[in-house]
Design a protein around this ligand. Structure first.
Ligand code: CAA
Length: 254
């Protein structure tokens, strides 16, 4: 995993192309650590994978290696509290990508399978190369998607399409992903970097605090009634107005 910061943009690169950026508990700990230590001035986080594929998902050695070597067998042997804690820790690698003070962008080429698909789903936005392929393979392996991907998937495509995609474990190619709302943009592979640069630059044109407040509103909208959401808009706007134009004292000319 490489982590680079250039100005207000941080880039996380999964860098095991020879294994198609297969993920392990170490991957998720590293992601969580990056989230915890993200420099305060960063506003855009880009996640990408080196090589032909974004990520082939969980490292298949976890299915076969002996207990004690980061395998599923060693996790399954834990008592329930410890097992749930282990998965909670893994999920921490994904959850911070929705923080209101940043916008996260997954840059997907080639395969994004299982944990790879979920990592892309945990980002706010997805830019795809035209050879991108999503697949939620977990149910085919006897497991469920548990790396925070089910909620964003349902929010993006609806329950029926999410059921169909997950329970058939079929591949969703780039053009369909765009149609379903799983991608903001699909570009030829050679234009991927350019497209991400353009999007990041556009995101940085808005006011930092207004962007964070707006993202907070948008993220909370689904769980609120219209009245509650209107109240949340008022509360956020009051802060913006006071910040931009001063408080009551300023209005009185004090
Ligand atoms: N784990 C470990 N190694 C993997 C891997 C994975 N998930 N995916 C690929 N690799 C390794 C291959 O074993 C191969 O290694 P060697 O060169 O040492 O033989 C190398 O990466 C290249 O693989 P391929 O030759 O298969 O590369 P490809 O470009 O032709 O195909 C691919 C890419 C379609 C992703 C294919 O490798 C593949 O299907 N991989 C398995 C995908 C998978 O089933 N992932 C698990 C999903 S489930 C999940 O993530 C969550 C969960 O909770 C279970």
């Amino acid at each position: 995993m490489r982590f680079e910061v250039g100005g207000e943009i941080a880039t996380i690169t999964m860098d095991r192309p020879e294994k198609r950026n297969a993920q392990t508990f170490a991957t998720w700990s590293a992601l969580a650590r990056i989230g915890r230590n993200l420099p305060g001035h960063v506003r855009v986080v880009v996640i990408r994978g080196e090589g032909p594929s974004f990520s082939a998902g969980i490292d298949l050695r976890m299915f076969t290696t002996a207990p004690g070597q980061g395998s599923f067998a060693s996790v399954a042997a834990l008592d329930t509290d410890a097992l749930l804690e282990r998965v909670t820790e893994a999920q921490q690698g994904f959850l911070w990508l929705r923080r209101p003070d940043i916008v996260s962008i997954a840059v997907v080429q080639g395969h994004a399978i299982g944990a790879g698909f979920q990592l892309a789903l945990s980002c706010d936005l997805r830019i795809l190369a035209d050879d991108a392929k999503f697949c939620m393979k977990e149910p085919a392996l006897g497991l469920v998607p548990d790396l925070t991907g089910t909620k964003p998937l349902v929010e993006l495509v609806g329950v029926a399409k999410a059921v169909e995609i997950c329970l058939t474990a079929r591949t969703v190619e780039a053009e369909e992903a765009l149609r379903l709302g799983l991608a903001e943009r699909v570009v030829p592979r050679e234009r991927l970097d350019e497209a991400v640069g353009e999007l990041a630059a556009a995101l940085l044109t808005t006011d930092r605090d207004a962007a964070a407040a707006t993202k907070r509103l948008l993220l909370g909208a689904a769980a609120r009634t219209l009245e509650e959401q209107s109240a949340a808009e008022r509360a956020e706007q009051a802060v913006r107005l006071r910040t931009l134009f001063g408080g009551e004292r300023a209005a009185r000319g004090d």
